[in-house]
Design a binder for this molecule. Structure first.
Ligand code: PMP
Length: 452
């Protein structure tokens, strides 16, 4: 596929100049960044004004699960705009009801009611509020290695160092270690040890905090931003049991892992676990229009049957976003996108990444499933010393910057975070595109190898 626009560097320069003058960017020192001016995107690719085309191995921020500009979803948004662009959340609107029905039919267990938000952080905020009101308790336990969003409570719950600057520490948040065998907090040597020790540690944490004070435990089913760390077998069902024992609400955050990313509609399916509340966003409509939400169990929904739920958002369940969700879910069904993500992970992407790990001294571990993979880059495979320090968020990070630049030079747009690169293409990425991405990663890892 070639770019649909004739290169126009002058137009690109104008976009960049206006951006520099007036756009205040997320997570950045404004004067130290140089954002690429994007001229267009389609499927798994985007291109700039200079005629460079990139294979997007980031899916935006891990959300364009059906790629860019899927014609059926674009058409659905256009049709909805012509029919009824917006309507306030207190009304029943056909496309909102339909989106909720389609989502509820795909969520596990009895998560049958959907509270709509505009994104992931708002979903987390509301899940926590529901859990607190349902239990009458205030504390929430979250994992050190986690990301739950950048709003007040969501950033407090987050473990990622990006929270350090804005964490008020005042929201009743208690952090614990979730399992991660490669860098075990429990000195474990097997998956089973890691699982048992992580569960014992969680139960100890609850005992010392006071079980009667803990409203919720929140976990990403497969933690994403912090490193795509698939939990060991038995861990999530173990957490479910602990929650049941102490009357704690179990919240699974599927904002990143949901809607096909792991090769299942929701990652919870892989682990046979049903939470009480499940947050989602991103892939629900491939991010074409902002949308997120909380899927709510019958029991928690019943709490608010006669008692009002004190929370809401002006644009909750926006018709354009819901139309995009309905169309996205239909596309995913019609084109078997979830099954495709599972298959391509098992047969092409996973084996390809493992083969790279064998040849490159900088790759310490490969982990993931579906189209949700991380390469943990190290200075030394034996000691597992990370290629850059863990707390390097926002600081100069030469080896990873060199890796990223090499990937881009080879036509691949990579996800780079601390000492990791994530291979997270669209769920409908083709086999040829994956092979093209693997070849570019191969070249970029050769640059990372120089730092081992
Ligand atoms: N939870 C998880 C697991 C996420 O990955 C993210 C975003 N990366 C969020 C919550 C926050 O979502 P948003 O940026 O849409 O607020």
């Amino acid at each position: 596929m070639t770019p649909h626009v004739v290169p126009d560097p002058q137009a690109g320069a104008a976009v960049k100049a206006a951006d520099r003058a007036h756009v205040f960017h997320s997570w950045s020192a404004q004067g130290l960044i140089d954002p690429l001016a994007v001229a267009g995107a389609e499927g798994s690719y985007f291109w700039d004004y200079d005629g460079n085309r990139y294979l997007d191995f980031t899916s935006g921020l891990v959300y364009t699960n059906i790629g860019y500009q899927h014609p059926k979803v674009v058409a659905a948004i256009q049709e909805q705009a012509a029919k009824l662009t917006t309507f306030a959340p207190a009304f029943a609107v056909d496309v909102r009801s339909e989106a909720a029905r389609l989502i509820a039919e795909r969520t596990p267990g009895d998560l049958n009611k959907i509270f709509f938000t505009n994104g992931g952080a708002e979903a987390v905020e509301n899940a926590v509020r529901m859990a607190r009101l349902h239990t009458g308790r205030h504390k929430v336990l979250s994992a050190f290695r986690s990301y739950h969003g950048a709003t007040s409570t969501a950033i407090n719950l987050t473990g990622d160092p990006r929270r350090w600057a804005s964490d008020t520490g005042s929201a009743g948040v208690v952090r614990f270690w979730a399992p991660f065998l490669y860098r075990s907090a429990f000195y474990a040597e097997t998956e089973q040890q890691e699982c048992e020790r992580a569960l014992a540690h969680l139960e100890d944490t609850i005992a010392f905090e006071g079980p009667g004070t803990v409203a919720a435990i929140i976990l990403e089913t497969v933690p994403g931003t912090a490193g795509i760390m698939t939990p060991p077998p038995g861990y999530l069902t173990g957490v479910r049991e602990i929650c049941d024992k102490y009357g704690i609400v179990f919240v699974l955050d599927e904002v990143m892992a949901g809607f096909g990313r792991t090769g299942a509609w929701f990652a919870a399916e892989h682990f046979d676990v049903v939470p009480d509340l499940m947050t989602f966003a991103k892939g629900v409509n491939s991010g074409y229009v902002p949308l997120g939400g909380v899927a709510i169990s019958e029991e928690i929904a019943a709490t608010f049957e006669t008692r009002p739920y004190p929370g809401g958002l002006t644009y909750s369940g926006h018709p354009l976003a819901c139309a995009a969700a309905v169309a996205t879910i239909r596309v995913m069904e019609d084109e078997q996108v979830v099954q495709h993500a599972a298959r391509i992970g098992e047969t092409v992407l996973g084996p390809g990444l493992r083969e790279l790990a064998e040849r490159h001294p900088s790759v310490g571990e490969v982990r993931g499933m579906g189209v949700f993979w991380a390469l943990d880059l190290v200075k030394n495979k034996e000691t597992r010393e990370p290629l850059v320090p863990y707390n390097a968020a926002g600081e100069a990070n030469a080896p990873m910057a060199a890796f990223g630049a090499a990937a881009k030079k080879n036509g691949l747009w990579p996800f780079v975070n601390m000492n990791r690169t994530h291979a997270v293409p669209a769920c409908n990425v083709s086999e040829d595109e994956v092979k093209e991405g693997l070849a570019a990663l191969d070249a970029a890892l050769t640059v990372a190898d120089e730092h081992t």
